[in-house]
Design a protein around this ligand. Structure first.
Ligand code: PLP
Length: 459
C-alpha cells in the first residue's frame, strides 16, 4: 500500500543512518581497493585518472569485465549498469568487438591516414542521423569543441547559447554553468554565465549565454538581446547529466525554428543519447534534425572516439579548409574497426528490441516498488538509459533537479553496490546503462536491491 510520496524529516534522518551503515559495508568489501587507492595517491593526482572516477567513500578499482558483469580488484562481481558512463552498449568483451580489434591490431593500429572502415562508419552514421558528412575525433569534449568552432566559423559570430546545468565536456566555451549551486546561478529568468571551473578566462565565459532547459521564451529573449551575435545553440536534446530530463513536447521543434529564424545553428550534443536512446539517438527519436550532431561514448564499443556530423552547408567549412578539423588520432584504425562492427553488427534493430524489453522490465519493477512503499520518486527511462529520480514530481530543468536531496541517490547507490550492482557514481546526476549482453536476471538483481533500499527507508 502506498504510504506518502512526500520527503519527510524521518526519511532524511533514516538516510543518514543507512548511508553510514552502507559505507561501512562498502569499505569492508573493498580492502584491496583501499590499498590501491592509497598507493595511487602517491603517483596519480587525486588518486584517480579522471576526477569523475572519484566516489565516496573511495574509488572502485576494476579488474575486468565480461558480458553484463564487471569484477573489482577485491574479486566482487557486479551487474554493470555503470557502462563506463554510458559507453558499453555492446557490453564487455563482446566477441565481435574483440575479434575486430584483435584483427586490426595484428595489421597495425595507427597510420594517421584513413582506412576503409572510416567510410563504412560515416555511411552508417549518415543513415542513422540524417546528416550527410562526418568527421572523427577522440572524445566527447573534442566533438563539442569542434561543434562550437564550426558554429562560429559558419556564421562569423562569436556567442553561443547553452542550457543551464548541462555538461558538454571540459573545453572553455562549454565550461559555463554546469553543476553550479543555486547561489551561483543568478535570477531564473536571466541566468548568469557562471564559470564551472577555475582556469577559464572570463572573456570566454562571457561569450557563452545561458538559458534554462525547456524554456522557449527564454531562448527567444536571448536571441533578441544579442541580436545578430549568436552563432548557435548547443543542447543535449534530452538532458542526461541531471538524471534524465526529457524535452517538453514542442521544445526541440521550437529550438529548431528559433535558431533558423535568427540565422544561427543548432548543435545536438548526443554524446550520451546517441546510439543509446535509439538507433538514431534523440535526433531519430524526436524527429528534429539539427545542423550538427556530436557523438562519442557508445560508438566505439569501449574504445575512445567521437564523431561530428553536419549538413553539407556547415561541413563545407571543413571541406573548404575554412575550419581545419584536425587531430593525429582522428579516425584511428582501431576505433574505426570497433565502431564498424558496433554499428553494423551489434547495435541492430533486434538489439534495440532486446534493450527496450529490459528497460520496460526495469521501469515496471521500479514503479511497482514505488507504488508499494510510497517512496518519493519516479522512474525516467528511454532506450538503454534510465534513472530513479528522487522527486515525486517530474523534473523539467536544472533548478528543479538541484532541489532533490543527494542523499537518496547516494544511499541507493550503496545498496546496489552491496547487492552486486554497479551503478555510476555521482548519484543523482547519472543514469543506468543497459547493454545488448544484459539479461532479465541482471534486471532482477537491480530490482531486488531497489526493493531492499526502499523497504529500509520506509519501514
Ligand atoms: C553530454 C556530454 N557531452 C560531452 C561529454 C564529454 O565527453 P568526454 O568525457 O568523452 O570528453 C560528456 C561526458 O560525460 C557528456 O555527458
Amino acid at each position: 500500500m502506498a504510504l506518502t510520496t512526500q520527503v519527510t524529516e524521518r526519511d532524511l534522518h533514516r538516510l543518514d543512518r543507512l548511508i553510514a551503515e552502507q559505507e561501512t559495508i562498502f569499505l569492508s568489501r573493498q580492502r584491496r581497493s583501499a590499498e590501491l587507492a592509497s598507493r595511487a595517491n602517491r603517483s596519480l593526482a587525486g588518486g584517480v585518472t579522471s576526477s569523475w572516477q572519484i566516489s565516496r567513500p573511495q574509488p572502485i578499482w576494476i579488474s575486468h569485465g565480461k558480458g553484463s558483469r564487471v569484477f573489482d580488484a577485491d574479486g566482487n562481481e557486479y551487474v554493470d549498469l555503470h557502462g563506463g558512463y554510458g559507453v558499453m552498449a555492446a557490453g564487455h568483451a563482446h566477441p565481435k568487438v574483440v575479434e575486430a580489434v584483435s584483427a586490426r591490431a595484428a595489421k597495425g593500429t595507427h597510420f594517421a591516414q584513413p582506412t576503409e572502415d572510416a567510410i563504412v562508419v560515416a555511411e552508417n552514421l549518415a543513415g542513422r542521423f540524417g546528416l550527410p558528412l562526418w568527421r572523427f575525433a577522440n572524445s566527447g569534449t573534442e566533438a563539442t569543441m569542434d561543434a562550437v568552432h564550426l558554429m562560429r566559423a559558419a556564421t562569423g559570430r562569436w556567442k553561443v547559447v547553452k542550457v543551464e546545468g548541462t555538461y558538454h565536456g571540459h573545453h572553455d566555451s562549454v565550461q559555463v554553468s554546469v553543476y553550479e549551486p543555486l547561489e551561483e546561478l543568478g535570477p531564473p529568468d536571466h541566468p548568469w554565465s557562471a564559470p564551472a571551473s577555475t582556469g577559464i578566462p572570463p572573456e570566454i565565459v562571457r561569450l557563452t549565454i545561458v538559458v534554462p532547459f525547456n524554456d522557449l521564451p527564454a531562448l527567444e529573449r536571448v536571441f533578441a538581446e544579442h541580436d545578430g551575435e549568436i552563432a548557435g545553440l548547443i543542447v543535449e536534446p534530452v538532458m542526461m547529466n541531471a538524471g534524465i530530463i526529457p524535452p517538453d513536447p514542442g521544445y526541440l521543434e521550437g529550438t529548431r525554428e528559433i535558431t533558423r529564424r535568427h540565422g544561427a545553428l543548432l548543435a545536438y550534443d548526443e554524446v550520451k543519447t546517441g546510439l543509446t536512446v535509439g538507433p538514431g539517438g534523440a535526433t531519430g527519436l524526436y524527429g528534429v534534425t539539427p545542423d550538427i550532431v556530436c557523438l562519442a561514448k557508445a560508438m566505439g564499443g569501449g574504445l575512445s572516439g567521437a564523431a561530428i556530423g553536419g549538413t553539407a552547408e556547415v561541413m563545407d567549412c571543413i571541406v573548404r579548409r575554412d575550419y581545419d578539423q584536425v587531430g593525429t588520432f582522428n579516425g584511428n584504425p582501431l576505433l574505426m574497426a570497433a565502431a564498424r562492427v558496433v554499428l553494423t553488427e551489434i547495435l541492430t534493430d533486434e538489439a534495440y528490441q532486446h534493450i527496450d524489453a529490459l528497460r520496460d522490465q526495469m521501469a515496471a519493477g521500479i514503479e511497482r516498488v514505488i507504488g508499494e512503499t510510497g517512496l518519493p520518486a519516479h522512474v525516467v527511462a528511454m532506450g538503454a538509459k534510465g534513472c530513479v529520480t528522487f522527486s515525486p514530481t517530474p523534473v523539467r530543468n536544472y533548478r528543479e533537479f538541484l532541489a532533490i536531496d543527494d542523499r537518496f541517490s547516494h544511499c541507493h547507490w550503496l545498496y546496489q553496490m552491496a547487492g552486486g550492482v554497479l551503478l555510476p557514481p555521482w548519484g543523482k546526476t547519472e543514469q543506468w546503462m543497459l547493454s545488448v549482453q544484459h539479461r532479465p536476471e541482471d534486471v532482477e538483481r537491480f530490482l531486488g536491491n531497489f526493493e531492499r533500499f526502499a523497504g529500509a527507508l520506509r519501514s
